[in-house]
Design a binder for this molecule. Structure first.
Ligand code: F0G
Length: 468
């Protein structure tokens, strides 16, 4: 039997409600066809993100009660620091309230204006934090990671040729560090192989440049290494993690993913001088070095979460659940980026809705339709998020892919609920021809996808022929 068996039973439940279709239609129009603006109570299955949306275990809830809230040197800090050092193996552990705070601190100290930070693909917040200090964020993912239809085991791998070309073009002195995002969220939640990590690490060491992991989904990445890389088939997950991190010089971490908590993050570094500078900035921005931006109880729950996330039964269920959602979508003929990612499925809106041109936001229209059809909330990763102007011509450049991410929160939804999501996706694809493109009625100057408002082109209904 190849079922993604849940290795737990349910002790606490939270009621969810399905609002009626006319109500969903009204809410969608009021929200300007932007699902970020729809109240959570009106969402039936919420796959907006896997970040901070997971369910904690009974042991984590127990840890909350026994957390030590001392300002300095609390017992919970000690527990947290020792678990992080055990898994990641770096000399300095710096707690922050979430991942982007760790990124902001690191880049504020390590990156100077005009310097270049290569990664496989930067997540939006690492890109924004690099750019905020005047740096250039460069994506060097192997070309296989840019082909949505290609089935390959490690589409998150970095291209050594692109990395070497960056060093050639900018020179070693303009590259203060190299990042590697495991798994590669912006490229479909695809893993990076240990072979690739070793090669990137060897290259960085030869160049004398530190390698820093964006480690949010490190346990999911380790699972893929164990399952897909022959040489590591017999290795345990903790051993794979230790090997991965030994090849780098530090990591940024959003603990809202593989920390199995609702808030939290940290930064690890080996370099004493860099860690000292970051710690001084931490005191200014986040808090004292033994709590960062977190309560003692948050650190206690996180220490427990980090132990649980490497459980092979949990990972088999977790990755298996997302893979099974992919399998259902495949059976139902819904196009998505192959293979299924670790934390999410990325639907291919261009393939599903060929009649909607990119300037009419096909992925956003698909996202709105998922809510209208079944109360499912996904997130657009397409033109609304990534359109930009060419600095030379001033023309709008659309992204290569129009994706709709179905991110699966950890330990939250059952297989039945995800089967329902697959049915809703299939219904939207079946009705696809009736779905209309969108036009913007309001947009802010930056990061517009969060707050932009839209309407079906020329007004009227999202689905042609449907009266609201
Ligand atoms: N790096 C990656 C790869 C991420 O996916 C995220 C967050 C961050 C850094 C930033 O962490 O949110 O704790 O500040 N990703 C969320 C998502 C928001 O929906 O994918 P944060």
């Amino acid at each position: 039997m190849n079922l993604p068996f849940e290795p737990y039973r349910i002790k606490v439940v939270e009621r969810i409600h399905r609002v009626s279709r006319p109500e969903r239609s009204r809410l969608l129009a009021e929200a300007g066809y932007n699902v970020f603006k729809i109240p959570s109570e009106a969402i039936y299955v919420d796959l907006l993100t896997d970040s901070g949306t997971g369910a904690m275990s009974d042991r984590q809830w127990a840890a909350l009660m026994t957390g030590d809230e001392a300002y300095a040197q609390s017992r919970s800090w000690g527990e947290f620091e020792s678990v992080v050092k055990d898994i990641f193996g770096y000399g300095h552990v710096i707690p922050t309230h979430q991942g982007r705070a760790a990124e902001g601190l690191l880049f504020a100290v390590a990156v100077k204006p005009g310097q270049v930070v290569p990664s496989n693909i930067h997540f939006d917040t690492t890109r924004a934090n690099v750019e905020h200090v005047g740096g250039i964020a460069l994506d060097c993912v192997d070309d296989q990671g840019l082909d949505p239809a290609l089935e390959a085991p490690f589409k998150g791998d970095m291209s050594l040729a692109k990395l070497a070309a960056a060093f050639e073009k900018y020179g070693r002195d303009r590259i203060p560090l190299v990042m590697l995002t495991i798994t590669n969220n912006s490229g479909g939640g695809q893993p990076v192989s240990l072979a690739n990590i070793r090669a990137v690490s060897a290259f960085c060491r030869e160049m004398g440049v530190p390698l820093i992991f964006d480690a949010c989904r490190f346990a999911e990445n380790a699972w893929f290494i164990q399952q897909r890389e022959e040489a590591f088939r017999e290795w345990s997950i903790p051993d794979i993690c230790r090997e991965v991190f030994s090849l780098g010089d530090g990591c940024t971490m959003s603990a809202k993913k593989d920390g199995l908590v609702n808030i939290g993050g940290f930064l690890c570094l080996n370099d004493d001088a860099l860690a000292l500078q970051v710690t001084n900035l931490l005191i200014l921005r986040e808090g004292f070095p033994t709590y960062g931006g977190l309560a003692g109880r948050d650190l206690a729950a996180l220490a427990q979460g980090l132990r649980e996330v490497m459980d092979p039964d949990y990972l088999a269920y977790r990755i298996g659940q997302v893979a099974r959602l992919g399998g259902r979508l495949q059976e139902l003929g819904v196009p998505f980026l192959k293979p299924a990612g670790g934390h999410a499925i990325y639907l291919d809106a261009r393939a599903a809705l060929p009649h909607i041109p990119q300037e009419q936001f096909p992925a956003q229209a698909f996202t709105a339709a998922l809510y209208l059809e079944g109360g499912v909330r996904a997130v657009e990763i397409g033109s609304l998020m990534f359109d930009h102007r060419d600095p030379d011509t001033g023309k709008v450049v659309h992204p290569a892919m129009e994706l709709v991410r179905l991110a699966v929160p950890r330990r939250v939804y059952t297989q039945t609920q995800l089967d329902y999501v697959a049915e809703v996706c299939a219904r939207v694809v079946a009705e696809g021809e009736r779905l209309r493109g969108l036009e913007i009625t309001y947009q802010p100057p930056a990061l517009r996808h969060f707050t932009a408002e839209l309407q079906p082109v020329g007004g009227g209904d999202l689905m042609a022929g449907e009266s609201v």
